[in-house]
Design a protein around this ligand. Structure first.
Ligand code: PDD
Length: 286
């Protein structure tokens, strides 16, 4: 049984409790982060901590007292649960007032709820999917307009994964005004020649922590990077495609809406980027 963290306490998972009035439960009024663990260490913790603070600020959510100590809490959970490879899920909500109300509760009396738990995933870095590649379909992006904030409103992304599953593929790329925004839980990329193309930052996509690192490594390796939107037709005509996220790192995409990308097998550039990302991230993991 896992040991989880709830509001200052480390507890067995079946003893951890959150109120039914919690705004995360009633209103999806919460933000989250997923940080991967390799060799028992946190990958890109500083990036996740920074984005978490930004998400809180964008929603006028009070900072929980534990905010400066979150690295210690993450490390303690890794230790208590003996995680070598996996993820840490963290969620902060606006807390639990004593009734349901659209108006934000008084931050003096209602403190944020902070929950963290581990997900043990042995073999995460050596995933067979990375050798095979994944297939995606395109779907309309029907999420709200502030996707740059990492909120727990994951109903549409969840429906997107189900549409992918029903179509017999692995994931869905969301499309808005004719251009790909991102995957249901990852950023989307295509490669044409030596150029990596991924949508520019804005409110339309989550500013991926893995994205930032991968683009930095790509530039260091003398690859060209173009941050601009692209279409599904362009993806189908690309040499390679891939996704990035804290839980998949760099994952090749080999099919888009039934059309093979490039030769239909994972390409050399995505494979190299995955290798560089894993090597470099491991070196600076905390
Ligand atoms: N998802 N875009 C969306 C919509 C995401 O949900 C995620 C992350 C990303 C990639 O961000 P990062 O590289 O910082 O993980 C992009 C996490 C892993 C999840 O919901 O499980």
């Amino acid at each position: 049984m896992r040991t989880v963290y709830v509001n200052g306490e480390y507890l067995p998972e079946n003893e951890a409790k959150v109120s039914i009035f919690d705004r995360g439960f009633l209103m999806a009024d919460g933000v989250y982060e997923v940080t991967s663990v390799l060799d028992g260490k946190l990958i890109d913790f500083a990036g996740h901590a920074k984005r978490l603070e930004r998400s809180l600020n964008e929603l006028d959510m009070p900072h929980p007292e534990v905010l400066p100590d979150l690295l210690e809490v993450h490390r303690e959970l890794v230790r208590l649960n003996g995680i070598d490879e996996g993820m840490i899920y963290l969620q902060i909500t606006r807390g639990a007032p004593d009734d349901r109300d659209f108006v934000f509760p008084d931050p003096e009396t209602t403190k944020p709820t902070v929950v963290l738990f581990t997900q043990n995933k042995p073999g995460l870095a050596n995933s067979p999917a990375a050798k095979k590649g994944i297939k995606v379909i395109s779907i309309a992006d029907q999420r709200w307009a502030r996707r740059d904030i990492k909120t727990v409103q994951l109903l549409f992304p969840s429906m997107g994964k189900m549409m992918a599953k029903a179509a017999g593929v692995d994931d869905a790329w969301m499309v808005e005004d004719g251009a790909v925004t991102e995957g249901t839980s990852n950023n989307a990329y295509i490669i044409k020649g030596n150029t990596i193309i991924t949508r520019h930052l804005g409110n339309e996509i989550l500013h991926g922590i893995t994205r930032a690192a991968v683009l930095r490594f790509a530039k260091e390796a003398q690859m060209q990077v173009e941050e601009r939107s692209f279409t599904i037709a362009e993806a189908q005509d690309a040499d390679e495609a891939f996704i990035t996220s804290a839980s998949t790192f760099v994952m090749p995409v080999v099919e888009v809406d039934g059309v093979a990308v490039g030769t239909g097998v994972p390409g050399p550039i995505a494979a190299r980027l995955r290798e560089i990302y894993l090597d470099e991230s491991r070196k600076v993991a905390v």
